[in-house]
Design a protein around this ligand. Sequence first.
Ligand code: ZN
Length: 213
Amino acid sequence: MPSSPPSQEHSVSAFVVPVEVMPRHVHVSPRHYVALFGVPAEMDETARTLSQRGQFVSNRTVEVIGSTGSLVTMRVLGPCRQDTQVELSLTDAAAIGLAPPVRLSGDMARSPGCVLRGPAGEVRLRRGVIVPAPHVHMNERDARRMGVGQGQRVRAVLADMRASVPVLAFVRVHPTFRLALHLTTDHAAEAWATTGDQAQIFVSKMPSTTRLK
Ligand SMILES: [Zn+2]
């Protein structure tokens, strides 16, 4: 391959991003919440707030039942969402006989379902089980500073690990998002990452005519 002219054509910048490992969890719709717990979500308590504004760990858990087993204590994250979604690591999913696709949150097409069991009843999901793809939350100001856009893929490497295997992460931009690299427990294990670590993400600057929107 002919080599391209240096610098002007292609340069790479690195940005520091805090790592947050996200253990398996479930987002529940308002209707399913009542079916599982017998009360509206607004009546329940927050066990712990999360870094993303308005999001929290609920004091509620459900049992997630797959085809060959179940995860007995699955934490509910709040607030309620329009659609119920179960987010597992590949290891969690394999343990209960499910093979969900690796997806961004909200993309549940052709994903497997499962049964959720709460103290007040059960909900049978026809779809909604995914393995969340590694992703970087950021607001528009961060996105501008880094020169990245919604849905772009970036390489992330643990800041204090030389020769660590890079993780490919999707950029997610929203005004309320706080800068964080979210990994499942499996992705974190592969990178030997824990919450509070720093990652560097590498962004290739392409000529403006070919930059991804
Ligand atoms: Zn996230």
